[in-house]
Design a protein around this ligand. Structure first.
Ligand code: GLN
Length: 198
């Protein structure tokens, strides 16, 4: 097998939002990024990123052509990473206002939780990822207001979880693709390679 084929193929949902920056980050973190616009494109992938954007717009798109159901099945059997709007889509419950979600993570998420004055900000906080404090870029970010026992919190802001993992699923309320630090994408690529057999 060639070196090229040994790299994991990780999809980035490319409906809307900052998917190109995620694709670049994935390539830097040792994966082959694949833009995904149709449910059938999930079939050849080892993992998937749901990027930031507007979760309501993404949801409307997914509700066409059975994409929502196909994606939910994919999430049950593959590593998935949701950032910002993507973290909203993965949550068990969405508030402010309530909206449908994939419900694959035991999290409760409040949309646009930081108010207008500070709707975009950059903070550096402790993380349990190796390598010291982590820069986190927030853009009209949601807040994770509750997590179940199976959810591991890897970073926080003002006490609220910002980077969480539950089994094969990872979620960030910030935008790791907009920082130079590739630790979060590398952690996800490692989650993906950990489940690829052989
Ligand atoms: N405010 C957006 C939402 O509620 C998320 C913002 C983002 O992804 N940067 O869907």
């Amino acid at each position: 097998m060639s070196q090229e084929r040994a790299l994991p193929r990780i999809g980035v949902l490319a409906i809307q939002g900052d998917y190109a920056a995620h694709a670049e980050a994935l390539a830097e973190a040792g994966a082959v990024p694949v833009e995904v616009r149709k449910p059938e494109e999930l079939a050849s992938l080892d993992g998937l990123i749901l990027p930031g954007g507007e979760s309501t717009t993404m949801l409307k798109f997914l509700e066409k052509r059975h994409f929502f159901e196909t994606l939910k099945e994919f999430c049950a059997s593959h590593p998935v990473f949701g950032t910002c709007a993507g973290a909203i889509l993965l949550a068990r419950e969405v508030r402010n206002p309530a909206q449908r979600s994939l419900a694959v993570m035991d999290t409760v998420v409040e949309r646009n939780a930081y108010g207008r004055q500070i709707d975009s900000s950059i903070v550096t906080e402790q993380t349990s990822l190796p390598g010291g404090p982590l820069e986190m870029v927030f853009i009209r970010a949601p807040r994770i207001v509750a997590v179940g026992d199976a959810v591991e919190v890897l970073a926080r802001r003002e006490g609220f979880p910002t980077l969480v993992r539950q089994g094969n699923t990872l979620a960030a309320t910030f935008h790791p693709e907009l920082s130079h630090d590739r630790r979060v994408h590398r952690a996800f690529v490692e989650m993906v390679t950990g489940v690829i057999k052989g």
